[in-house]
Design a protein around this ligand. Structure first.
Ligand code: SME
Length: 165
């Protein structure tokens, strides 16, 4: 096994252990803010990500639906993101995960921190298939996220759907 394969294998093992811990962490609690807050903390603890958090679709009186900042860990962040805007709003609109190896190459990227250099955003669905929000993770290094992250974070978001939505 070469160095790259061994680091992929290592990451897969870390996610496998993380996901089985998350099942136990959230199984007895169904309050949205409480569960998302603990999942953000668990991701930060397990992987040391620079910024990890949730943006949730909400419709406030008299205005269109937007993503609003939810539970997170890391530096302060933008409060609202419009449908189709930035990486988060694009993942919401496209209803699919977006892996961005270099945020400067993503047209319309929203820079909450100038230190963020790569990013992954995974939509969270209701059981009926509506988007309730996104999981957003930022790194200070380029090209931090790959298919292993995407597949495992999608699995995490499916656990959230089962538990909360
Ligand atoms: N970069 C995101 C905005 C959220 S922050 O990264 C926390 C975007 O382009 O949607």
């Amino acid at each position: 096994m070469d160095k790259e394969q061994s680091s992929i294998y290592d990451k897969e093992r870390r996610y496998a252990s993380f996901l089985s811990d998350v099942v136990l962490l959230i199984q007895d609690e169904h309050d949205e803010v409480s569960v998302l807050a603990n999942v953000a903390a668990a991701l930060k603890e397990a992987f040391g990500f620079f910024w990890v958090g949730f943006y949730l679709v909400k419709e406030k009186e008299g205005s269109e639906q937007q993503l609003y900042l939810g539970p997170f860990q890391g530096p302060t962040a933008c409060y609202r993101i419009r449908y189709g805007k930035g990486v988060c709003g694009s993942a919401w609109k496209q209803r699919q995960s977006l892996v961005v190896p270099d945020v400067e190459e993503f047209p319309g990227h929203i820079a909450c921190s100038s230190l963020s250099r790569s990013e992954i955003v995974v939509p969270i669905f209701t059981k009926e298939g509506g988007v309730v929000g996104v999981l957003d993770i930022d790194s200070t290094d380029l090209a931090t996220f790959d298919d292993v992250d995407r597949e495992n974070l999608e699995q995490l978001c499916r656990l959230l759907t089962t538990n909360l939505y």
